[in-house]
Every structure is written in C-alpha cells, then in structure tokens.
Design a protein around this ligand. Structure first.
Ligand code: KIV
Ligand code: ZN
Length: 508
C-alpha cells in the first residue's frame, strides 16, 4: 500500500498581501468574487484583509467571513488589542476563523521601527497571542522579517507563543532576502531547537525580491514546513509573493521528489489567474510560468514537430491540468453550439452560469466567432468578464469610428447611450485611442484621470482579440476596466466605459 503523502496547507493572501501590490486595490464585490473562486480552487485558508486598516477592509473581511463557507477565513492584526478586536469582530461568524497576528523579530526592525528591546517584543508577542487565543483557538503568529532575525531569538519567541496558544507559526522572508539552502537550514534549525514545535504547524511566507519566493517555499517544504502562504499570479508587496500556481504545479509535477501533496483543484488555476489580472488590472507577463500566454506555446519548428509526435517531448505539464484545453487552448469555432460552449465553460470553472447568462455569452461568442476563426479559452473568459459580471451600464457604446494613419490627424466619432439618451461627439487626439477617449470624456462629462493603460493581444495572430486594461481615478476612487474586441480602439473604448460605469456605480 502506498503511504498517503503529507499535506501542505495553502494559505492564500491575494486579498491581503496581494492587494498591497501598487495599484491593485479591489472593491468589496471584486474581493468577494475572488474569494468564491478561491473556494473553487480548494484553498485551505483565505486571508481576506487587514480589518483594522479601514472601514472598507473591515467590511470586506466580514462579508467574506459571514458568507463564504468551506474554507478557513483569516484577517491580519498587529499585536495590539485594537487590531485583534477588529479582526475578531470581522471574522467571528466564519467557519473556523483564524486570527493572524504579527510582530517583527529582527534587530533592524526592533531598533529602527519598533524601538523595543527583545524582551519587550517577547512579552508583547505572548500577551497578544494570549489575547487572540481568548477569542479563538485558531491563532497564527508571524515573526516579521524572520529571515534577518537572530534565529535563537525566533526560537524563544515561537516557543513562548506556542505556550500562549498559537497553533500556526509563520516564518516570513519579509524582504525576499533568503537563498533556498539558507532558508531550508533556518527551518531545520527551528524544528530542532523549539522544544514544543510539534504542537504547531510551521508556515512560510516568502517575498520575491530576488525572484526566489517559489524556490524558497519549496526548500522550506522539504525542510518540514506544512503551510505555505501564496498569492495568485504572485502579486503582492514590491516584487510580490510566492505564486500559488507555480508552487502547486511544482509539487504536482515533481511528485517524484516532493513527498507532499496539496489539495488544490488545479483545473481552476487558469481561470483564477485571469480573474485576478482582470480585477486588479495587472496583466500577466506572457512568459510567466504556468499561467502566461506562452506557457504552453511552442514556437520553434523542432519543438512543434516534437509535441505533435508526442506531447511529453517538450511539455512537462498537461495544459488540461490547469484548466486549459489540450494544446494550450483551442476549443471552439463558429459552428460550435450552445451545448459545446456550456461544456467548455464548465471545464474552465464557470459551471454556475444561469441560462440567461449563458445565452448572453453565447450570443457574444457567435458574434466574435464570425470575425475570428478560432476561439480559445481566453476569448471566452474575456466575453464572460464582459457579459456575466454586470455593473449597471449608464454609458453604453453604440458606435465608434476612428481615423488614423501616418499623414492623417487622428480623430474619432463616438455615439453613446448616456443614461438612456443617445449622444454623439467627435474629437481629435495624438492617436486614435487618445481621440476616442477624449470624445468619450466629453460625452460622459467625466473628470476622472487615466492612471494606467495597457494593451495586449489575448492570443497570437492578426485576428486575435485585443485586450485593453485601464485604471481610472476620480475623487480618490480607483477602478479598473477591461475590454476585449478584435478592433483595438473599440476594446480601448469598452475598457474606458467599463471603468466609468464602475466609477458611477461606486459613487452611488
Ligand atoms: O511579509 C510579511 O512579513 C507579511 C507578514 C504580515 C506575514 O506580510
Ligand atoms: Zn508579506
């Protein structure tokens, strides 16, 4: 009989550390939608936010703890009663809620940031963990900047907080400083030198400043940790965190060397990654491992030939395992029916569409299939994000005509439905997109500022759908909008209008 592999718990902090990526702010509905997706992925623990940070953060955590079942929900708290009270208030209705409290242990932080002695830090960690444990037995303690701390001091703190009631001990590489061998040795040192370590789960939380977050997390698992904190697409503070999809697929793909398993439903990885990039407005780089557009694309003739003869010649993972179809994606064409579409959406993780939603997606699918020969998963996702996730459309694009060329003054004529009234206008600009945006700004009367604009091609080929992401700010509110269309100027206008609709919605 083969022995069951040890489980590594996946703690997702996309909604907390991930949201600390510059510009990745998410609103309450977006966080909730992502939390639902994390449940589909079978994440073990969702860190939903930092409740004391703002009323908005508190509401987001509470909304998720109150309504999302089948997963532990946690919220971050510094080691003081106000933070812990706020976290508990937000979390208390959740299933097995966890309080995650943290305090720095490195001398650099003690001297310059906290202005505390080691003994004071030890006392504060213990009293705070005791206070948190008076609310729930499920308490996690993180030693911030642990990898640059004196390990004997971390051992003392961890031993004491276990006695105070902490059940999970997190050893973060807060600054992304560690190298894999060194990190693994640090973990082994903790295991050998904390007498009561068997009463807690050891966890790591790695940052990617040297591009080593996944490598360090894998090394830590091999050294004995059984919880890893990750984010989707690796987003997070500065260079980001351990990318969940990379860690999980490394464990799965190299099962021959990794004596552990995760319970992640990997077939939801790709749709989840798309959801994160569409919500945050942070595109995934094409060569990103696992979820980049090129991750399963074979360009060289030799490679293509090899893959056609036998996929495993150049592919170490099956694209189906992360929710793509065989061959990376191609699935449907213009002759495909509603049933095939429904089936495909189901495999992509969108099983819960209502008939009305499915009809809307189907009719957009048919429109696009008329102009684009091959439809891939990304095309369907772009349609889904446009059609299913509905925010009232105060502004609707009726038509758009743009003129450009190397000897022409770029100009656009735009017709919009604004609050049910048809309006049209025209503008010139430095390029066709600029002129279209100027015309839209005039018709909608928006005073918002465009913070970010990115164009990418969803798939290869000149008939590919262009995808545009914008981030727009008005009166301190920041929203993203995305639009997809074979015509790039139309995609840009759609993205802009989507963002303006979101702003209107938020204002209300
Ligand atoms: O990077 C870090 O140290 C953190 C802790 C709060 C876990 O995010
Ligand atoms: Zn962090």
């Amino acid at each position: 009989m083969t022995q069951e592999k040890d489980k590594v718990f996946i703690f997702d902090t996309t909604l907390r550390d991930g949201e600390q990526s510059p510009g990745a702010t998410m609103n309450m509905q977006e966080k909730f939608r992502l939390a639902q997706q994390l449940v589909k992925l079978n994440i073990d623990i969702i860190e939903a936010g930092f409740p004391v940070a703002s009323a908005g953060d508190f509401d987001c955590v509470k909304n998720i703890a109150d309504n999302i079942k089948g997963v532990q929900v946690t919220g971050l708290a510094r080691t003081n009663q106000k933070d812990i009270d706020a976290a508990w208030e937000a979390l208390k209705n959740g299933e097995n809620p966890r309080i995650h409290t943290f305090l720095a242990t490195s001398d650099i932080h003690l001297k310059h940031k906290l202005k505390m002695t080691r003994d004071q830090v030890l006392d504060l960690a213990v009293s705070s963990v005791k206070y948190a444990a008076s609310k729930t037995p499920n308490v996690e303690f993180s030693a911030e900047d642990a990898t640059r701390s004196d390990l004997d001091f971390v051992c003392r703190v961890f031993e004491a907080v276990i006695n105070a009631g902490a059940k999970i001990l997190n050893f973060p590489d807060t600054t992304g400083y560690a190298l894999p061998d060194e990190f693994a040795a640090q973990i082994r040192y903790l295991i050998e030198n904390i007498p009561n370590i068997d009463q807690a789960v050891l966890s790591v939380h790695c940052h990617n400043d040297l591009g080593l977050a996944v490598a360090n997390s894998l090394a830590a698992i091999k050294a004995g940790v059984r919880q890893v904190e990750t984010t989707l697409n690796g987003i997070g503070e500065r260079a980001g965190n351990t990318a969940m999809e990379e860690l999980v697929m490394a464990i799965r793909t190299r099962a021959d060397l990794m004596d552990v398993r995760t319970d992640i439903a990997t077939e939801y990885i790709h749709p989840s990654s798309r959801m994160v990039s569409s919500i945050t407005g942070m595109p995934v780089q094409p060569n990103k491992a696992i979820v980049g557009a090129n991750a399963f694309a074979h360009e060289s003739g030799i490679h293509q030939d090899g893959v056609l003869k036998e996929r495993t010649t150049y592919e170490i993972m099956n694209p189906c395992d992360i929710g793509l179809s065989e061959g990376g994606s191609l699935v449907l064409g213009k002759h495909s029916g509603r049933h095939a579409l429904k089936d495909r959406l189901k495999t992509m993780g969108y099983a819960a569409l209502t008939d009305v939603e499915l009809n809307r997606v189907f009719s957009r699918f048919k429109e696009l299939a008329d102009v684009k020969k091959d439809m891939v998963d990304e095309d369907l996702e772009a349609i889904l994000l446009d059609e299913v996730i509905q925010i009232p459309e105060i502004y609707q694009l009726i038509s758009l005509g743009a003129m450009s060329g190397n000897k022409t003054m770029p100009a656009s004529a735009v017709k919009l439905m604004v609050n049910g009234i048809e309006k049209q206008g025209a503008a010139i600009g430095v390029g066709p997109i600029d002129s279209a945006f100027r015309a839209i700004a005039e018709l909608t009367g928006t005073r918002s500022k465009l913070l970010y604009f990115a164009v990418s091609s969803i798939t290869g080929g000149t008939d590919a759908q262009g995808e545009v992401m914008v981030r727009v700010e008005d009166d301190g509110k920041i929203v993203v909008g995305q639009g997809a269309d074979p015509d790039i100027i139309t995609a840009a206008a759609k993205a802009y209008l989507k963002a303006l609709n979101r702003l209107e919605y938020l204002k209300k």
